[in-house]
Design a binder for this molecule. Structure first.
Ligand SMILES: [Zn+2]
Ligand SMILES: [Zn+2]
Length: 318
């Protein structure tokens, strides 16, 4: 059985408080299980309660042994690392995977930089767990026992990987932090910098890159996708920040034949009330066939898509 449990669903910064009790305020952390195998994705603040859970459940059965995949090293995805309790247990083994940073710095070096006295009172030398590091780019890795992972670079202002886990014919894909590729060259002929050939070339590249992303999602049982903004918010100053809209995530999932879309990396300002409203609103739009013109209505016949907004504590089975 392949499943995912959400320990942190929030983007950018932890957002505790009375308005985030239902969806949760911890930043990115996912627990994937392929039967007994444990995969952790991202080390946001959600990894602290996950670590406590592993100590009270898994550790009773034997040493903790997991592969940890880091999407990228923005704070919200690594800041929980020093609070992962199994790091202080000598029998723990973590195989750490992730991309090199945009500055060419290895994952190990970025994570270890957090364990300096200016940021944190515990040093790297005080961690007892066995840590092995694997630096990855676009690749496919056989993790053994029938479990594989494919990776794909996403569009974000840092080197950021999406992951596709496959096990016993089931698949779980992650795609955050990510926004659709867009043409960076002027496309308006009245723009003094407009060049027809460059504009067309740009359009072609964008089309190809967005198609590759869609292929990466193809027929996934579960797609966990960035949805920090609405289309309106995105168009009003959030373009280029490396995050997607609900509309883009849903339309791409529909076109890729995804079965369950879990919208993820919620904006820290999005309250429980707002997220619940949006979940209902976007679900209502899904089966619509009577409204013409909108992208969602045009492609909804490809549907059969289940839509959820990720919540802390939620488990989905692929
Ligand atoms: Zn993030
Ligand atoms: Zn990021």
């Amino acid at each position: 059985m392949l499943s995912v449990r959400f320990w942190g669903v929030r983007g950018s910064i932890p957002s505790p408080g009375s308005s985030t009790v239902i969806f949760g305020g911890n930043t990115s952390c996912l627990e994937i299980r392929a039967d007994e195998r444990l995969i952790i994705i991202d080390l946001g603040t959600g990894v602290r309660p996950l670590g406590d859970y592993l100590m009270s459940h898994d550790f009773k059965k034997g040493p903790i042994n997991a592969d940890i995949f880091v999407s990228h090293t923005h704070w919200d995805h690594i800041i929980g690392f020093p609070l992962l309790t199994p790091l202080f247990i000598p029998t723990t083994t973590f195989r750490m995977w992730g991309p090199i940073s945009s500055e060419g710095e290895a994952l190990e070096s970025v994570l270890n930089a957090q364990l300096a006295y200016k940021f944190w009172p515990v040093r790297l030398s005080e961690l007892s767990a066995k840590l092995e590091y694997g630096q990855i780019q676009t690749t496919s890795i056989d993790l053994g026992e029938g479990l594989t992972v494919k990776t794909k670079y996403l569009n974000h202002p840092a080197m950021c990987l999406g992951y596709r886990f496959e096990y016993q014919g089931k698949s779980i894909v992650t795609a955050y932090d990510h926004e659709p590729y867009r043409n960076l060259f002027p496309t308006d002929p009245s723009d003094p910098n407009y060049d027809e050939n460059i504009a067309e070339e740009g359009e072609l590249v964008v089309k190809e890159e967005n198609a590759k992303i869609q292929d990466f999602f193809r027929n996934a049982d579960i797609l966990i996708h960035d949805s920090q903004y609405t289309e309106q918010e995105y168009q009003n100053g959030k373009t280029g920040w490396g995050h997607s809209t609900y509309e883009y995530a849903i339309s791409t999932a529909l076109k890729a034949g995804v079965k369950t879309l879990a919208l993820f990396h919620h904006d820290p300002n999005s309250s429980d009330e707002l997220l619940s409203q949006r979940e209902q609103e976007y679900r209502r739009k899904l089966p619509s066939s009577s409204v013409s013109g909108g992208l969602l209505s045009r492609i909804s016949h490809l549907g059969g898509l289940s839509l959820v907004l990720a919540k802390e504590g939620m488990t989905l089975i692929a």
